[in-house]
Ligand binder design. Structure first.
Ligand code: ADP
Length: 157
């Protein structure tokens, strides 16, 4: 049984994230979405809200679970027996940073393989930040995020 983890901030989860999760869930026996508790970024949604919105957005996928991730990604992987780390790649601009992150993780834990899944062209422009910015000005984001997220963002702005 191969377990994969998909770490990120998910502030909030978008349809681009859900697409990556669905595609990973076809490949692996189990996918754990690891929600980062990152003290440096001030999130719009706190960790409990981000976890709850993810849970609602992946409830149709029986082999996907959502967990809080504190500390190093490699420690989370060890604890949950994950052997593969999934990241999404949208554009060349993602590449440099992702190479660096995968490099340090490989240095820290050579047994954990990073696997990149390229964004679907329908979502290659999509990020949590762009969704928040658009929503803050009243834009229609119904095609960009799962329905529970749309509702939750409405409450914030
Ligand atoms: P982080 O703050 O760790 O980058 P994010 O929540 O922004 O976390 O993203 C988590 C992962 O999902 C990253 O690998 C990111 O590149 C990927 N991702 C984000 N948006 C999309 C998208 N629209 N399509 C595919 N992958 C995406």
């Amino acid at each position: 049984m191969t377990i994969a983890m998909y770490p990120g901030s998910f502030d909030p989860v978008t349809n681009g994230h859900v697409d990556i999760i669905q595609r990973a869930a076809v490949i692996f026996d189990k996918v754990i979405v690891a929600v980062a508790v990152n003290s440096k970024k001030k999130p719009l949604f706190d960790e409990e809200e981000r976890i709850e919105l993810l849970r609602q957005s992946v409830k149709h996928l029986p082999n996907v679970s959502v967990a809080k991730a504190e500390g190093l990604t490699v420690d989370f992987a060890r604890k949950h027996d994950a052997k593969v780390l999934i990241r999404g790649l949208r554009a060349v601009s993602d590449f440099e940073n992702e190479m660096q992150i995968s490099g340090i993780n490989r240095h820290l834990e050579p047994g954990l393989e990073t696997l990149f899944i390229t964004a679907d062209s329908a979502y290659s422009f999509l990020s949590s930040s762009i969704v928040k910015e658009a929503a803050s000005f009243g834009a229609d984001i119904s095609k960009l995020v799962p329905p529970p997220v749309q509702e939750a963002i409405k409450q914030k702005y």
